[in-house]
Design a binder for this molecule. Structure first.
Ligand SMILES: Cc1cc2nc3c(=O)[nH]c(=O)nc-3n(C[C@H](O)[C@H](O)[C@H](O)COP(=O)(O)O)c2cc1C
Length: 374
């Protein structure tokens, strides 16, 4: 292996005590291929087995914590104990290849397509549709629904512990329910769950508390709790980078194992305020300091690009689309074959890349997601 890539291969110990053998995590990626009842499928297990051999940790696709938060066709579920055996298979598949297994736990809120919901009615902080033509108007959640959802995140964490996962990642990003409570666009409440920036943090922080409580009660060994945020949103009004810097300051004091900053490009500055051109990930890393490790992500493909990102001091890097195109990313670097790392998706390679059909169809059809070649 070329010695310039050594920074990628340094082990890392999370604050909880769980360690990983290198600095690369697989970013959470939905595969739309679970069984229709929410159980993990055989083709998903094969997809994970193919990718878990080299990386330090795998963050799974998002699993819904309650049926009223299901967000994708054939998404998998962590909303009932009956799913624990399937989840156990998923954790074991990842761990048997040498990676730590982290389950992403999720509620879609107003982004849930009505057709996937039992009563066809998405719910959210307030009855405000997301921007865009024809978006459904969600129903404002009642106090009871809010408390039930907070509990559902705790219950999902207990199931992740019982299924043998090494951790959970709370999905607070990408416009889903936790972000909807923090956003001034989707949260217009005037009760304890909204009204000021501080109060808009109440729901996500209550979810963190619920998850921590479940870990304290059920985990018999160190267990990772990560939190994923999106630093900005494009709507008016919308979350600004300034809002996020205040939020991460609070999150940094929650004794989390990591803060995962979800952006499309690691190096991009603010898109709302062009005068802030510094990478948002690096800015957040500087804000939280040594209080919580930051996971960076976004359009990093080659080992040289990843080393450059690690040089900022951000300790961990997640790779998403790159791990779809090149499941053996780590192994090829170790073998000195970094020049053979694929950074495009060939239409002929579905079988070799072990990508389930429904995910493959989307990758082929959604223009701009991945560089697809013949
Ligand atoms: C097919 C696909 C599915 C995704 N599903 C999720 C998901 O379930 N949860 C999530 O937080 N992000 C999801 N993302 C976003 C990725 O985790 C990641 O942040 C994004 O792809 C940018 O990183 P990359 O440039 O390394 O791909 C998904 C991305 C892709 C391409």
């Amino acid at each position: 292996m070329n010695t310039k890539y050594e920074p990628i291969f340094q082990s890392f110990t999370f604050p909880s005590g769980v360690d990983v053998k290198n600095r690369i995590m697989i970013a959470p990626m939905t595969h739309y291929s679970s069984q229709s009842n929410g159980e993990i499928s055989e083709q998903e297990l094969l997809y994970y087995a193919e990718r878990s051999g080299g990386v330090g940790a795998v963050i799974t696709a998002c699993a819904y914590v309650s049926l009223d938060g299901k967000g994708f066709q054939d998404q998998f579920s962590v909303d009932d104990d009956s799913f624990i055996p399937g989840l156990k298979k998923l954790a074991e598949t990842i761990q048997s290849k040498g990676a730590k297994a982290i389950l992403q736990i999720y509620h879609g809120g107003r982004q849930s397509p009505p057709s996937l919901l039992p009563d066809g009615q998405p719910i959210s902080a307030s009855a405000v549709a997301s921007e865009g033509e024809g978006k459904p108007v969600p129903r404002e959640m009642t106090e009871t629904e809010i408390n039930n959802t907070i509990k559902a995140f705790g219950d999902a964490t207990r199931r992740a512990v019982e299924a043998g996962f090494d951790g959970v990642e709370i999905h607070g990003a990408n416009t889903y329910l936790l972000q909807q409570f923090f956003s001034p666009h989707s949260n217009r409440r005037e009760d304890q769950w909204g009204g000021s920036l501080e109060k808009r943090m109440t729901f996500p922080l209550a979810v963190v508390e619920s998850v921590k409580k479940a870990v304290a009660e059920y985990a018999k060994k160190p267990f990772i709790i990560g939190y994923r945020i999106s630093p900005e949103e494009g709507s008016t009004p919308g979350i600004t980078l300034e809002d996020t810097l205040q939020f991460v300051d609070k999150l940094a004091d929650q004794k989390l194992d990591y803060l995962h900053v979800s952006v499309n490009h690691f190096w991009n500055g603010s898109f709302r305020d062009k005068s802030h051109s510094q990478s948002r990930i690096v800015k957040i890393h500087e804000k939280v300091g040594s209080r919580v490790p930051v996971v960076g992500v976004g359009s990093l493909h080659t080992p040289d690009e990843v080393v450059e990102a690690l040089e900022t001091g951000v300790p961990l890097i997640a790779l998403g689309r790159e791990m779809l195109m090149e499941p053996k990313w780590i192994e090829k670097i170790q073998a000195g074959q970094e020049d053979q790392i694929r950074t495009t998706l060939s239409k002929k390679d579905q079988k070799e890349l072990v990508i389930p059909d429904p995910l493959w169809q989307r990758l082929m059809n959604i223009v701009g997601w991945l560089p697809v070649v013949d």
